[in-house]
Design a protein around this ligand. Structure first.
Ligand code: ATP
Ligand code: MG
Length: 458
């Protein structure tokens, strides 16, 4: 069974065992090994108390990452191993964290505090699997099931609801019926979970290959922290809800997009102003009902502590969501110029997902058109075609030298030149552009913009 276990993990397990303690791999790494995937982190649980674990690695660098909760971290060969003492958790009075943790001597007690059966399996180097909750069978069947009573486990820690959805979206596992029912019924406990923790799980969920299934089955959970998403299926609400088809379209579009959180957030929220309903409670988000999509989306992302960059990009994508995309060079270059290459290509991805989700009969033609737009845009970028003022073969000094009074008129002239170049009406060559400026006289001094020439028409 030691296949796939890094030598650093073996060294730690052997060192603890050599000192007379029990030690096992546990949690996500065991789950991933059993389903044939590569673990991205390695957790070890042990009967040794934190000071005892520390003493086992005297002479090595040991990080005291969570002594109070029983954890130390030992880096070996460039990997970090978290070693945690068997522990049980006291009662949860705030649905966030246990009132206290207590070190215990039984592995089974430690496994019992873990969230799902698939995450409650221990693997020893010699002693094989310890699997008191039949997690292995659940992994084989692709099932997410709470350890213990689901409603109690979700009331203890509301984040487990989001973890269940995230695991389901990423692994493509089914959430077992009682666990699923408890998720719906206990979703209000999410209200007591820190926004940052929800954020991390939501990002994972959105990047999951099976995100569509989860959005379809658990929209009520998302509405718990984002009331404006109020879905068509939410029971017992007197809201003017978006029709089922609209929600289904959104779900399919999110699922069809590449697994990029920004793109998927833009697709999830792009129609939010239209479909926003009376919120279920009087939260801050609820009061924003009726604002334009991008602003409302920004407020929702802000409430969930999304970083500035993500918020800005999502709002920008929503703002240009309905932009016309004619498959002709000038129009493409103008849009590339206005949005910038990165946003332009993101918009194409968003559009592709939208088309795939509509499947309205002209899908192939529309996708081919999108491919053509992408090809033209990629070519423009690869050839270094002029797309911004900075790319123009003349600059402000040239314009002033040609007789335009310094001031706003200079910018207008440059913009007019750029427009002509983007449209293919003028080459981006210095002589030709200087000639255009010269022909556009008189009078440049007129900064009111009333000059008649197309050069400064805008
Ligand atoms: P991944 O790291 O792939 O996201 P993981 O299962 O390793 O998945 P971690 O957050 O690294 O998740 O947690 C390690 C282990 O700790 C879990 O496998 C689980 O046994 C336990 N665990 C983590 N969070 C909780 C929680 N909120 N409630 C109960 N057990 C938890
Ligand atoms: Mg992990």
């Amino acid at each position: 069974m030691s296949f796939g276990i890094p030598s650093g993990a073996k060294y730690i397990l052997q060192t603890l065992a050599g000192a007379g303690y029990e030690a096992y791999l546990v949690g996500g790494c065991v789950r991933d090994l059993l389903r044939g995937a590569s673990p991205h982190d390695w957790d070890i649980c042990t009967s040794a108390r934190p000071e005892e674990s520390k003493a086992c690695f005297a002479g090595r660098r040991v990080l005291e990452t969570g002594m109070r909760h029983g954890s130390i971290t030992v880096p070996v060969d460039g990997r970090s191993y978290e070693i945690t003492t068997y522990r049980a958790e006291g009662p949860y009075s705030d649905s966030r964290r246990p009132d206290y943790v207590r070190f215990v001597s039984s592995l089974e007690a430690d496994l019992a505090r873990r969230d799902f059966t698939m995450n409650a399996i221990a693997m020893g180097l010699d002693s094989g699997l310890q699997d008191p909750f039949n997690g292995r069978k659940d992994i084989e069947n692709g099932v997410i099931r709470c350890v213990g009573q689901p409603d109690r486990r979700f009331r203890e820690d509301g984040l487990r609801i989001m973890r269940a959805l995230r695991f389901a979206a990423v692994l493509g596992f089914e959430i077992e019926a009682q666990t699923a029912r408890a998720i719906h019924e206990s979703r209000a406990t999410l209200g007591r979970v820190a926004a940052e923790r929800i954020n991390a799980e939501l990002r994972g969920l959105l990047a999951g290959q099976h995100v569509g299934d989860i959005l379809r089955q658990y929209p009520d959970v998302l509405c718990q922290f984002w009331p404006p998403l109020t879905p068509p299926a939410a029971p017992g609400q007197d809201n003017p809800r978006p029709c089922r088809d609209e929600w289904e379209h959104t779900v399919q579009a999110v699922n069809a997009a590449p697994p990029c959180v920004e793109l998927r957030l833009a697709l999830l929220l792009h129609d939010i102003g239209k479909s926003a309903c009376k919120p279920a409670d009087k939260s801050e988000i609820g009061r924003l009902h009726g604002r334009p999509d991008a602003q409302l989306a920004d407020q929702m992302l802000r409430a969930l502590k999304f970083d500035h960059k993500t918020r800005e990009r999502v709002a920008a994508l929503i703002e240009c969501y309905d932009e016309r995309l004619p498959p002709q060079g000038p129009a493409i270059r103008r849009l590339l110029s206005r949005l910038g290459a990165e946003r332009f290509f993101q918009l194409l991805e968003v559009r592709r997902a939208d088309i795939l989700a509509r499947a309205c009969g002209h899908t192939d033609i529309r996708l081919m058109e999108l491919d053509e737009i992408k090809r033209i845009a990629e070519e423009a970028v690869a050839q270094g075609q002029c797309l911004t003022l900075r790319d123009l073969a003349v600059n402000g000094r040239d314009v002033i030298a040609a007789g335009v009074a310094p001031g706003p008129a200079v910018g207008r002239v440059l913009k007019g030149l750029l427009e002509q170049v983007l449209n293919g009406d003028a080459p981006n060559e210095r002589e030709a552009l200087l000639e255009l400026i010269a022909r556009a006289q008189p009078p440049f001094e007129n900064s009111s913009g009333s000059g008649k020439s197309a050069v400064w028409a805008r």
